[in-house]
Design a protein around this ligand. Structure first.
Ligand code: UD1
Ligand code: CA
Length: 453
């Protein structure tokens, strides 16, 4: 099967410089949703018809299995498909999809494909309570499809038809060239309508069949920011329901956003207002507090992520405690039972088994062993203004509060660092390290007082 995706339109009503099909739904361009669904059907050819913003569209979704056909001027849906013809395999049928209809399920498309087989012309239709604006499916007394008439060309009677053309069709390809070449644009919009091909097929003795989607939202398109927002909510509701079905506890299924993939083990619980991006995996018994943003992360079993934690890449072992207000950046690796608390940032660093950094610290480019206690206000000074360097802290080290570790530096096993120490030289095993400072106290000191005006 060939698949042609129409994506040449401008999308004026989006009121945006970005081509319509590149607007994001669940963190991914509308067109990328359609391409991903198309791929699940293993097409022999996958052609995207581009026009408005063609270069941007090519750049955004270009891939070895995607070919592009350019439609310079948007003369109608029939004209758009015509531009793709030279790239199609004439021996197999062609399925036409729309770059701005992102939520059609593969199962629905398969139903249409199966109904049409290799010989028939298939139209995906749906009966709606408000058909205004859509092409109507006109049937004869026997119920056979006669034609599709656009809203603007329809008679009063035809406008009362509730069954509409979703736009998604499948057609034999060999005959398509002649059918498209014979289209006329003598209609209300002066366009070459793909919908008129139905009549060409009937004239040629080709049977026209219809199939229906499981849900009406599968056929909804995006023409405005309002429709985009509506489809985003439909998609997020579907994702939330799938998570609930899989046994995940969501404190409020209306307040979770998944912009990528979220895999959950057993007995995972997610509080309100969390955003998941990229690929996120939560193992069994993970608890996510409210208002967390979690991207590209693997969270180990029994780990608790408290409120307002922000993860942008990182992995944790089992029974870790994160947050509230913790931040993990790419390359953060927390071993089992580690604790990373409020206002602690961990980047490109390993925290060993049971190690704790509970308050106000920056741990960057570091290898930290097991059972290390990092006091409040500890900073790894990993950047010398030109290059990054590593800090190594071996097992069982106690880092006093307000310590700076000037990398590259190595602190041996069992070391104790006194509070307020700047460590710029390596420290041997089991040593105590401190900077000599004196505490001076003066008696009878009078603090300045504000002058009276
Ligand atoms: C089309 C159908 C209509 C159907 C509706 C479903 C036709 C003539 N009408 O109407 O029966 O009910 O979709 O939403 O097909 N496009 C191009 N090049 C063009 C014209 C359009 O690539 O020259 C693309 C658009 O970017 C869009 C899609 O095709 O993604 C549909 O075009 P649009 O003009 O919105 O068609 P409708 O008038 O909605
Ligand atoms: Ca449309």
């Amino acid at each position: 099967m060939n698949i042609v995706i129409l994506a040449a339109g401008m999308g004026k009503r989006m009121r945006s410089a970005l081509p319509k099909v590149l607007h994001s739904l669940a963190g991914k361009p509308l067109l990328a949703h359609v391409i991903d669904t198309a791929r699940t059907l293993s097409p022999t050819r996958l052609v995207v018809v581009v026009g408005h913003g063609a270069d941007k569209v090519r750049e955004a979704v270009g891939a070895p299995d995607v070919q592009f056909a350019l439609q310079d001027r948007q003369l109608g849906t029939g004209h758009a498909v015509q531009q793709a013809l030279p790239l199609l395999d004439p021996s197999v049928p062609t399925l036409v999809l729309y770059g701005d209809v992102p939520l059609t399920r593969a199962s629905t498309l398969k139903r249409l494909i199966d109904a049409a087989g290799a010989e028939r012309y298939g139209v995906l239709t749906v009966s709606v309570s408000d058909p205004a604006g859509y092409g109507r499916i006109v049937r004869d007394a026997a119920g056979k499809v006669k034609k599709i008439v656009e809203q603007k060309d329809a008679s009063e009677e035809e406008r009362r038809i509730a069954e509409i053309n979703t736009g998604i069709v499948i057609t034999p390809t060999r005959t398509l060239e002649t059918w498209l070449a014979s289209l006329k644009n003598n209609n209300a919009q002066g366009e070459f309508y793909l919908t008129d091909v139905v009549e060409r097929a009937i004239d040629a003795g080709v049977e026209v069949v219809t199939a229906q989607p499981d849900a009406e939202w599968e056929t909804l398109g995006v023409n405005s920011k309002i429709q985009l927002a509506e489809l985003e909510r439909i998609h997020q509701r579907n994702v939330a329901h799938a998570l609930l079905d899989a046994g995940v506890t969501l404190m409020d299924p209306a307040r979770i956003d998944v912009r990528g993939t979220l895999e959950c083990g057993a007995d995972v619980s997610i509080d309100v207002n969390c955003v998941f991006e990229g690929r996120v995996t939560l193992a069994d018994n993970v608890t996510i507090g409210p208002n967390c943003v979690i991207r590209d992360a693997v969270i180990g079993a029994g780990t608790r992520v408290d409120a307002y934690t922000h993860i942008e890449g990182g992995t944790t072992g089992a029974n870790v405690v994160l947050g509230p207000y913790a931040r993990l950046r790419p390359g953060a690796k927390l071993a089992d039972e580690a604790h990373v608390g409020n206002f602690v940032e961990v980047k490109n660093a390993v925290l060993g088994h049971g190690s704790k950094a509970n308050h106000l610290s920056y741990i960057g480019d570091s290898d930290i062993g097991a059972r290390v206690n990092i006091g409040a206000g500890t900073i790894t000074c990993n950047y010398d203004g030109a290059n990054k360097h590593r800090t190594v802290i071996e097992d069982d080290v106690f880092v006093g509060s307000d310590t700076q570790l000037v990398a590259p530096v190595r602190v041996g096993r069992g070391v104790t660092i006194a509070a307020g120490t700047t460590v710029w030289k390596d420290v041997g095993v089991d040593e105590l390290v401190l900077n000599e400072k004196t505490q001076v106290s003066k008696t009878g000191y009078k603090r300045p007082v504000k002058k009276k005006s």
